[in-house]
Design a protein around this ligand. Structure first.
Ligand SMILES: O=C(O)[C@H](O)[C@@H](O)[C@H](O)[C@H](O)COP(=O)(O)O
Length: 262
């Protein structure tokens, strides 16, 4: 039963962060009960900053030593580059974990592979295979949680609308040479890996997201065989496993039923 995603609308970013913290705590506790690890993939954009709430960073219920953090997408730039998602996560989130607490394990791209985007993607896929077990024995890796953003054009990770890549079925990680959002060269988890995760949280805030959220939740292009936006493909493929954490400004005018608490 795929079911429907949950669309949460919170009055402000502080309420959003408190609820996101509770949701992450629950996902962590489910994951630790299942396999003593918490395997999470994160996007770039505004997400790392929103993730960095005092609730989460200072919580003694967060078991950082059990966290394995991956990148849902990454730009083919050095790890210290201003456009690196790793650098962003380090600056906005990882560096704010109190020094007295253990560091999570972070799986970043191999900075020695930057010259060839496909090799970079293949190397990151091998890192996933190393962590999730051999690709032969597991058909798809199962992330405990994906924390994703939603672009104003409906992209998520580096899965952009109208691209052939949305139909990828074999690769876990794909290369992009011509991203419409700079920089051009990126790697991304593919759609089957995204929808296979146990939980998927989108975080979308601000009025600049309201048009795309209306399209994602209130239109049904799939019914007419029309192109479906990547975020809507995640909703369709993962259904009830998907939760959207939004503020009021982002959901203004969206008719899809909204929830105000977890
Ligand atoms: O590397 C990237 O470009 C991001 O991973 C990308 O997928 C991002 O999450 C969305 O563009 C939303 O970004 P905002 O949250 O900043 O709108």
């Amino acid at each position: 039963m795929i079911g429907q995603p949950s669309l949460y609308a919170f009055p402000d970013s502080s309420a959003l962060q408190q609820n996101l913290y509770q949701y992450i705590l629950q996902a962590q506790s489910d994951a630790l009960a299942r396999h003593q690890k918490f395997k999470v993939a994160v996007s770039g954009g505004s997400l790392p900053k929103l993730l960095a709430s005092p609730d989460l960073l200072s919580s003694s219920d967060i078991h950082w030593d059990r966290w394995e953090i991956f990148f849902a997408d990454e730009r083919a730039v050095p790890l210290t580059h201003p456009e690196s998602n790793y650098a962003l996560l380090e600056q906005e989130f990882l560096s704010k974990i109190p020094r007295t607490r253990p560091r999570p394990t972070v799986y970043h791209i191999d900075p020695n592979m930057l010259s060839d985007t496909q090799e970079l993607a293949d190397a990151y896929e091998r890192a996933l295979i190393g962590s999730f077990a051999a690709k032969d024995s597991v058909k798809l890796p199962i992330f405990d949680l994906l924390l994703l953003g939603c672009g104003p054009d409906g992209h998520t990770c580096s899965l952009f609308p109208g691209r052939e890549l949305l139909r990828e079925e074999v690769a876990w990680v794909a290369a992009i040479e011509d991203s419409p959002k700079p920089p051009l060269r990126r790697i991304t988890l593919t759609l089957p890996i995204v929808t296979h995760a146990l939980k998927i949280a989108f975080v979308a805030t601000g009025a600049e997201k309201k048009e795309v959220l209306r399209k994602i939740f209130d239109t049904h292009p799939e019914a007419e065989g029309q192109e479906v936006l990547p975020c809507a493909l995640v909703n369709l493929g993962a259904g009830h496993k998907v939760s959207w954490f939004c503020d009021q400004a982002a959901v203004e005018g969206v008719s899809f039923p909204k929830k105000s608490s977890l």
